[in-house]
Design a protein around this ligand. Structure first.
Ligand SMILES: Nc1nc2c(c(=O)[nH]1)N[C@H]1C(S)=C(S)[C@@H](COP(=O)(O)OP(=O)(O)OC[C@H]3O[C@@H](n4cnc5c(=O)[nH]c(N)nc54)[C@H](O)[C@@H]3O)O[C@H]1N2
Ligand SMILES: Nc1nc2c(c(=O)[nH]1)N[C@H]1C(S)=C(S)[C@@H](COP(=O)(O)OP(=O)(O)OC[C@H]3O[C@@H](n4cnc5c(=O)[nH]c(N)nc54)[C@H](O)[C@@H]3O)O[C@H]1N2
Ligand SMILES: [Mo]
Length: 807
């Protein structure tokens, strides 16, 4: 052990001292040096494993500290045990080595299951082309040369025939946890050859991202979590970090819990976060959050619990004295709450009938939030993936504002909620995508329309930088995505459009599995997994490190990296050199990108690639890192640092929203009954609201086929026993969940973890139509609506009504 340790210290010293050339030699030698042995992994100090590239267990086993490139909320330090060219086991950063300096995450159940994902017998092995009708899922094996020739030919033909804006890259988040991805390299290739139709809007958080600036002037409303250390009260509003991870939240929340912080969870579901963290769970009907927020504000204002000094100094729109010019009477927050215009006081009793939360519970929560200083109301993104998502996100920013919790340590501004200075994946940027000559963009919610009929996409529903689309989408590449027929809304409609070969003429899909979306491919390509190539992984916000994602095993069968085959396509089109800039492999790029960042940004202390090979990971800032409280500077000196809003203040009332004159996105972001919400007349046919959540055993649909993870959590419909009883449904019964858009069949789980009136399915189950086209897998997106949010034109995966009956 001590030899090992000395050796590592020696390496560290050499890293600091020797010239790069010498160092290069030293580090490449390390991989195979026989003296790097250690008998016990469990007792090996963290300082050791983080330092060398790897070490041997029994001379032949390497343990490599690496990470995935999935978009799963965290970026964990996983340990691949490699023997004879195979990963024999996945472990993770040892318990004993958790520390404040480096609270890097340990693998959850998903991370522990990676071996079963990578070695699954169903993994795609060879390039294939479609035989039979599109969507049927029949393919035959072809050579890579054939595949890249067909792709190069179609890229050129379709470009010539329809123009570059007929070429589209489908949403694909499968590799967005890394800086290097096939989807982005494809964008680069498109841009070298005329461009493509780009999309905007994040399906994850685009609604809150678009609306949070209407309050604060910027979406970056989150602080670093270490600033919450002494916060006595945290309200997690539709936030389930126990499963969704969100960077380091669990590390800090668990610590705070131990230190006595009170946690309240507001969620229609008793989530894993509620069960593991919460002192109180407040279920409410989906889409009614604003009614509860309105009533909380009513209690706070009518009981004089608001922070007057804060409101006077930093905000506009609270009462009639504080309104921007050009606005009529009774438009302020107080006027709205007191019913000056509509005659309705927004009392807890009023809200109880809408939300189903007892008035006293609302009153108690309002009092507690207003009287606990500071308090943090932290929103997840589930509530903003609703048709009223913008209103809900902004509503909470008003609560945070009137209680003076913005810009103060221990408070929280709500809204989007990511921290300002920790967008880590930017620490080391990916390769340049070059410039897209096509300026027209569609919202991601427009893509099916753009395939169907170009006139359906208009500036009013999401088209950017153009009055109309010049052409329909004729070519789609899905590179590590399942957003053609699984993760998108209303997939039965999407599938119908995709089946029609006269519409989209050519579809390429790169994946590891034959997913429901991959079934629509004309060319289906077997990519390598993250264990079979190089990348740099970064965590979501609230963490500030990067991890080297190393190629630890050779790809089997004919699997290739997207970059590798794209390079071949580029050669065939005649732009090979510009595309690759001489870099033959993904590793060449990673090496170049790391060294480039290291050289250009010495202030960040980014290591060189060779240093990273030894260090494995890098903290962006010097420790202890600067704690960041969002808007602290604005609050400390608003004259010098006005908010970047039109008024320079926090805008409780938004004149910009007022001028849009859209009832669905009012200037105050108050409650408006949602279409397909609980007040919709459609409830006569479909009385239950269906929501989906991101469960612990997969990242969206990624790892759906992993047998270990299928054991962790079954796909089933959560239904309250009251609703089940009414429908004579018993535990485990197969039920039919349906609306006008589709049907899914799934076993029922009777549980009080979901409130009456609401049913829930875990998001990300594969669509499994039987021979009659009826889904047998509990895929929620056969039921979801492609309706758009009012301002962002964003997705509303969460807002839908269904009926459930015993099958
Ligand atoms: N385990 C796991 N982690 C993940 C992912 C995954 O698939 N699996 N996906 C990652 C990705 S891509 C993203 S974008 C994030 C998403 O992170 P989030 O969007 O925050 O996650 P969700 O589970 O969709 O929603 C959070 C909670 O909102 C609740 N909710 C739904 N509707 C309402 C409502 O109307 N009001 C209120 N108050 N609550 C509501 C849900 O019950 C759920 O518990 O997670 C990331 N992390
Ligand atoms: N009902 C409902 N639907 C939702 C949501 C919801 O809350 N409810 N959430 C939405 C959100 S926030 C998101 S981000 C989207 C995500 O939707 P997608 O971007 O489609 O994400 P995944 O479903 O994970 O699909 C990623 C695919 O990439 C593949 N893959 C993984 N690794 C690799 C690789 O290394 N190479 C290649 N070529 N392929 C790889 C996986 O096998 C998988 O098929 O889903 C959205 N859909
Ligand atoms: Mo997402």
């Amino acid at each position: 052990m001590s030899n090992q340790s000395d050796h590592n210290n020696d390496i560290k010293n050499r890293v600091n001292k020797v010239s790069r050339r010498h160092f290069l030699q030293a580090s490449s030698a390390l991989v195979t040096l026989p003296f790097l042995t250690s008998k016990s992994i469990a007792t090996t100090p963290e300082s050791l494993i983080s330092t060398p590239l790897a070490y041997n267990q029994e001379d032949t086993e390497r343990v490599v500290s690496t990470c995935s490139s999935f978009d799963c909320g965290g970026k964990c330090d996983i340990r691949a045990h490699v023997k004879d060219g195979k990963v024999t086991r996945i472990s993770t950063r040892p318990d004993a080595d958790l520390d404040e300096e480096m609270p890097i995450m340990r693998a959850c159940v998903r991370g522990r299951g990676y071996r079963k994902f990578v070695y699954h017998p169903d993994r795609l092995k060879y390039p294939m082309k479609r035989v039979g009708k599109r969507g049927e899922g029949h393919f035959e094996r072809i050579t890579w040369d054939e595949a890249t020739t067909i792709i190069a030919d179609n890229m050129q033909r379709i470009n010539q025939q329809y123009g570059p804006s007929s070429r589209f890259v489908s949403l694909s988040t499968g590799v967005t946890g890394g800086i290097f991805s096939g989807a982005n390299m494809l964008r680069r290739l498109f841009n070298l050859t005329g461009g493509f139709l780009e999309n905007y809007h994040s399906v994850s958080n685009g609604n809150t991202l678009a609306v949070t600036p209407y309050t604060y002037g910027t979406a970056a409303s989150g602080s670093t979590l270490d600033t919450l250390e002494n916060t006595p009260l945290v309200i997690l509003w539709g936030h389930n970090p126990n499963e969704t991870i969100f960077g380091h939240s669990n590390h800090y929340f668990q610590k705070m819990k131990t230190n006595g912080t009170k946690f309240i969870v507001v969620d229609p579901r008793y989530s894993d976060t509620a069960s593991s963290l919460a002192d109180q769970w407040i279920p409410l009907l989906p889409t009614t959050d604003n009614a509860m927020m309105d009533a909380m504000m009513y209690v706070i204002v009518s009981e004089n619990r608001h922070d007057k000094a804060f409101i006077d100094k930093y905000t506009i729109g609270f009462d009639e004295h504080q309104m921007p010019a050009g606005v009529g009477e009774n438009e302020s927050l107080v006027a709205y709450l007191m019913g000056k215009k509509d005659g309705i006081k927004k009392t807890p009793e009023w809200a109880e009938t809408i939300t189903k939360v007892p008035a006293d519970t609302i009153r108690q929560l309002a009092r507690e939030y207003a009287s606990t200083k500071p308090a943090a109301l932290i929103q997840g993104w589930g509530p903003q993936r609703h048709i009223c998502g913008e209103r809900t996100a902004r509503g909470a920013t008003l609560l945070a504002t009137i209680t003076g919790n913005v810009g103060v340590r221990g408070g929280w501004a709500a809204g989007y909620g990511m921290a300002l200075n920790t967008e880590l994946r930017k620490t080391i940027a990916g390769p340049s995508l070059l410039t897209n000559p096509v300026k027209t963009k569609i919202n991601i919610t427009n893509w099916v329309q753009a395939c169907e009929d170009k006139t359906l996409v208009t500036p009013q529903n999401g088209l950017l930088n153009a009055e109309k689309l010049e052409t329909e989408i004729k070519m789609i590449f899905s590179m590590a995505g399942n957003y053609m027929a699984n993760q998108n809304t209303d997939i039965l409609h999407a599938a119908k459009i995709l089946e029609d070969e006269s519409k989209v003429e050519f579809i390429v899909c790169s994946d590891l599995y034959l997913t429901p979306s991959a079934k629509f491919a004309d060319i289906l390509l077997p990519e390598t997994s993250f264990l079979e190539r190089w990348n740099i992984g970064g965590t979501w916000s609230y963490g500030d490190y990067i991890i080297l994602s190393e190629k630890v095993i050779e790809p089997e069968f004919e699997r290739r990296t997207d970059y590798d085959w794209l390079r071949e396509v580029a050669d065939k089109i005649g732009v090979g050199e510009q595309f690759s800039e001489g870099k033959k492999t993904d590793k060449d790029w990673i090496e170049y990108l790391v060294n480039d960042a290291s050289q250009k940004r010495p202030e960040d202390g980014i290591p060189t690639f060779d240093e990273l090979l030894i260090k494995r990971r890098h903290l962006l800032k010097q420790r202890p890192h600067p704690q960041n409280v969002a808007f602290e500077k604005n609050i400390q000196d608003i004259d010098k640092n006005p908010f970047p809003t039109p008024s320079g203040k926090i805008e409780i009332f938004s004149k910009r929203l007022y001028d849009m004159n859209n009832v669905d996105i009012p200037a105050l972001s108050h409650y408006v009954p949602a279409i397909e919400g609980p007040e919709d007349t459609l409830t006569a046919h479909y009385p239950l609201q269906l929501i989906t959540w991101k469960g612990r055993n997969r990242a969206n649909s990624t790892q759906f086929a992993n047998p270990w993870l299928q054991e962790v959590q079954r796909q089933e419909l959560w239904i309250n026993p009251l609703d089940a009883q009414e429908r004579k449904i018993s535990e485990g019964d197969k039920v039919k969940v349906y609306n006008d858009r589709g049907i899914t069949m799934i076993p029922a789980k009777l549980t009080q973890r979901i409130m009456p009136g609401v049913v829930a399915l875990q998001a990300g189950a594969w669509w499994q139509p039987d021979k009659n086209g009826i889904d047998q897998g509990g895929c929620a997106n056969v039921l979801t609506s492609s309706r758009r949010t009012a301002m962002a034109h964003g997705n509303a995966h969460q807002t839908l009504l269904v009926e459930v009956e015993k099958a």
